[in-house]
Design a protein around this ligand. Structure first.
Ligand code: SF4
Length: 501
């Protein structure tokens, strides 16, 4: 199969369009760092756009829920994000457009490469960030691979060195296309409106070691004498595994060299901000925006019921209710949140001592010995001295399920429907909102949208914009709302509250 490169002459007739149909649309394993000149402003714009797109993909996939195989379900939902980020390239549809395709592709490749390599540097530093970045880049890769024509997919697979040939009926003595169709579970395709399945016509033959283990253990491919016969619909999983391995190794390399980029006066500051806040959404209302009310020991109870996101409120209330101290994952989730809300180191020490010691098995001495270190670590006084940052919603939603005695994760994901209903009733959430929340979770696991509905019910006439990105955004939006309410209330203007931050 012939590949088309940007420096080839661009014909403008139908034959040319057919020729472009085999183009790889800039799909790459990112093996070569960019070597182009861009302004600092462009560098930042490209990178922020990619980060926004990756967050949009993560949200559309409900963090960890959607499998790579089902990515095409979310593609229509992401049309706007792809367009806005400039990280999408399609085949030219008309002869007129074939003329500009070459320029569009060069522009796309520059933007794509620069933004990918910048995010590599920002996300290579710690395990959570790395895993998040790897997952989103794999998803983006699958979406792009699926957008290629069958011809371009084969060319791409060949270009990355995967030993893979298209199966031809008659090439193998004991294996025929009919047999493969009948014995491969993934070879049956249900076309909308049809009651009978159609069969995959294309299979690829490759050494079995190239195939992800789960496809083999799930008997999704046929194995014969060391060869795997993979239906065309699963080819993306094979190539994506390669992509993941390649990117994972590249992140190790990025980690070795990231300090050089971080001290670069032109981009170092921006990359450091991404390292700190990259897991949260780069939204117009940046997460570095000052809180209009800071959390203190004096206003804790008021903010807990009024402005805490449900995931954090539940941790505090559950610990009090059960008189059992939060286990590691719960403390890890809550500690940096309280810090980000405004608790000073002294506030945190005193709050954690008091709350953990509600558990009769914990004494003040035990707190000093076993738990104080974690608080010091969160404030950068111990360990790597960099402190801890509050995670965004995608990371919290992606956290593992709760084992017995544990409390952590996203409120809307962790609770069973009946427990969720009881808790919402206790928090006096109106029935209509409760039903809407249940529907959003049941029909699409839309935890972040459920959180917005909850927010709107507690903040009448608010649209909940910004909620669902991170717990801090929830608190920030709530505090801003209450500040605005106070400002328009004549009574409060006359009698300022003591807790004003
Ligand atoms: S969506 Fe985010 S803020 Fe809301 S409960 Fe879940 S993790 Fe917390």
């Amino acid at each position: 199969m012939k590949r088309v490169y940007p420096n080839q002459v661009v014909p403008a007739d139908a034959a040319a369009r057919k020729l472009f149909n085999g183009d790889d649309l800039g799909l790459t394993f990112y093996t070569h760092p960019p070597n182009a000149e861009v302004s600092v402003r462009q560098f930042e714009d490209f990178t922020a756009s990619r980060l926004k797109l990756l967050h949009a993909i993560d949200r559309a996939c409900n963090s960890q829920e959607l499998r790579l195989e089902a990515m095409k379900e979310i593609r229509p939902k992401l049309a706007r994000e792809f367009r806005d980020s400039g990280l999408e390239l399609g085949y030219p549809e008309t002869p007129g457009k074939t003329q500009s395709f070459r320029i569009d592709k060069l522009d796309f490749q520059g933007r794509d490469n620069i933004s990918h390599f910048a995010l590599r540097l920002a996300f290579c530093k710690n395990r959570d960030a790395r895993e998040w970045f790897l997952r989103q880049e794999q998803r983006l890769f699958v979406l792009r691979f699926e957008a290629l024509s069958p011809e371009a997919r084969e060319t791409f697979v060949e270009s990355v060195g995967l030993e893979c040939t298209r199966f031809q009926d008659g090439d193998y003595e004991m294996i025929s296309l009919k047999k493969l169709q009948a014995t491969t579970p993934g070879a049956r395709i249900w076309v909308e409106g049809s009651r009978v399945p159609q069969y995959e016509l294309n299979f690829y033959v490759m050494p079995f070691r190239e195939v992800p283990e789960r496809l083999i253990s799930g008997r999704r491919v046929v194995l014969h004498r060391g060869k795997a016969f993979v239906p065309a619909s699963l080819l993306k999983l094979v190539i994506t595994r390669r992509f993941k391995e390649s990117l994972s190794a590249a992140l190790d390399v990025a980690f070795q060299g990231q300090h050089v980029a971080m001290i670069d006066p032109r981009v170092g500051g921006f990359l450091r901000v991404l390292q700190e806040h990259g897991m949260e959404l780069v939204a117009p209302r940046s997460s570095s925006e000052e809180l209009s009310e800071k959390l203190s020991l004096g206003n804790f109870e008021q903010l807990l019921s009024r402005s805490f996101p449900p995931c954090m409120r539940r941790l505090v209330e559950k610990q009090r209710e059960t008189k059992k101290h939060l286990k590691h994952a719960g403390r890890l989730q809550l500690r940096p949140f309280l810090k980000a809300c405004g608790f000073t180191f002294e506030d945190s020490c005193s709050w954690w001592r008091k709350e953990l010691c509600r558990d009769p098995t914990l004494t003040s001495e035990k707190f000093e010995k076993s738990y104080l270190y974690d608080v010091e670590h969160a404030y950068g006084k111990k360990g790597h001295l960099q402190g801890q940052n509050c995670c965004g919603c995608p990371a919290i939603i992606a956290s593992p399920g709760e084992a017995a005695g544990q409390v952590h994760g996203c409120f809307f994901k962790q609770l069973e429907p009946s427990a969720l209903q009881q808790q919402l009733q206790r928090w006096q959430v109106p029935i209509a909102t409760m039903l809407e929340i249940q529907r959003l979770i049941k029909e699409g696991k839309h935890y972040q949208l459920a959180c917005i509905e909850y927010f709107k019910s507690q903040h009448p006439s608010s649209d909940g914009e910004g909620v669902g990105n991170s717990p801090m955004d929830f608190l920030r939006t709530s505090c801003r709302y209450h500040k605005a309410q106070k400002a328009t209330s004549p009574k409060d203007l006359a009698e300022p509250q003591a807790i004003e931050g």
